[in-house]
Design a protein around this ligand. Structure first.
Ligand code: SD4
Length: 340
């Protein structure tokens, strides 16, 4: 039995008499923490970590984090990304905080930082979603400049390439087909033909105060039908946060994420006692059950964290990875486990 004097000594150090063999629990060791989809997540996590490591709010972290990806011309997210089939880049984004406040913009054109406009919708309007020209008008009224309507060099090339066949066959995110370029470490995913193969970053974070937030931002499926929206700007589909339980975000074929209210489902599965990884797996299994054999033609990946700072991810098929950061020197890729 622990002597009373030793117990008092441990207590005075703020340490539990029962936990003295490891002074910090695993869960504590992972708070704060930020995770985000795909290799672009590494750079995005750095910006988020700059906020979290100073004791900042998860909401600020997830906004600052994905802004890095939105601003990158060398990426598949933001104004540098692939256009719709009519040649226009249209952006979708949402954000959600620890109080279940949320904001979203969709079908937004010529604005560099949709996630920040989504945050303004959340904080400055009584609404959750603004779309199209109304969202753009609101953004301008809030001081966001209207950027030139011009495709990036990369996107123009990809669009010209697509126009040759103009085949409307929206398939995204399947990266195990062997046609992926040899990657430099943490370089964005690119196909041999130069096209981006995905177009989204989703990020969820737990801050030092134990509060959760998330963001998701995308140019959507490349060469999509004009006006098409995926899951990414839809609260409950592309992103969901419940500060009592956890947070989740999605990437991949948005239509199939929407069908199961994917991110909300992942959080509810965590509420039922599943780990983040198991919750993501069960959500993926539900999509596979609905799709049947056609599941092999699509990709969907979920990532999630819970209130303790445990994290996980799962996807339909090989090729999805996500970035995890919980210390200055701990920002690394985790391959998503897959089912097919
Ligand atoms: C969409 N979920 O628009 C997005 C696409 C995506 O990586 O995640 N691409 O359906």
């Amino acid at each position: 039995m622990l002597a009373r004097r030793s117990f008092l000594k441990l207590s005075s150090l703020g340490l539990s008499a029962f936990g003295f063999s490891s002074f910090r629990s695993e869960a504590d060791a992972r708070k704060p923490i930020v995770i985000s989809t795909w290799r672009e997540g590494i750079e995005a996590n750095k910006a988020a970590w700059a906020v979290l490591s100073k004791g900042g709010r998860a909401l600020d972290a997830v906004e600052q984090g994905v802004r890095v990806t939105e601003a990158s011309q060398n990426c598949c997210v933001g104004l540098g990304a692939n256009p719709d089939r009519d040649g226009y880049v249209t952006l979708d984004s949402c954000i959600m905080d620890e109080f279940s406040n949320c904001g979203s913009v969709a079908f937004l054109e010529r604005i560099k930082h949709p996630v920040s406009v989504a945050r303004r919708v959340m904080e400055k309007t009584p609404h959750v979603m603004l779309v199209g020209s109304g969202a753009q008008q609101f953004a301008q009224a809030e001081g966001f400049p209207l950027e030139p309507q011009k495709l990036s060099v990369e996107a123009q090339k990809a669009y010209d390439n697509w126009l040759i066949k103009s085949e409307y066959k929206p398939v995204i995110n399947i990266e195990n087909s062997g046609n992926l370029k040899k990657q430099e470490a943490f370089a964005p995913h690119k196909l041999e033909n130069g096209n981006w193969n995905h177009d989204t970053i989703g990020m969820v974070a737990l801050d030092a105060n134990g509060n959760l937030s998330g963001s998701c931002t995308t140019s959507g499926m490349g060469f999509k039908m004009r006006g098409r929206l995926g899951d990414s700007p839809i609260i409950g589909a592309g992103l969901f946060v419940d500060n009592e339980i956890g947070a989740a975000t999605a990437t991949g074929q948005g239509e199939d994420v929407i069908r199961i209210c994917g991110s909300h489902l992942v959080v509810e599965l965590m509420r039922q006692g599943n780990s983040p990884e198991m919750a993501c797996k069960k959500a993926v299994e539900r999509i596979i059950k609905i799709k049947g054999p056609a599941a092999k033609d699509i990709q969907v990946g979920f990532i999630a964290i819970n209130k303790k700072g445990e994290y996980g991810g799962y996807c339909i098929q090989k090729g999805f990875d996500f970035a995890v950061c919980y210390a200055d020197d701990k920002n690394f890729m985790v391959p998503g486990k897959f089912i097919i």
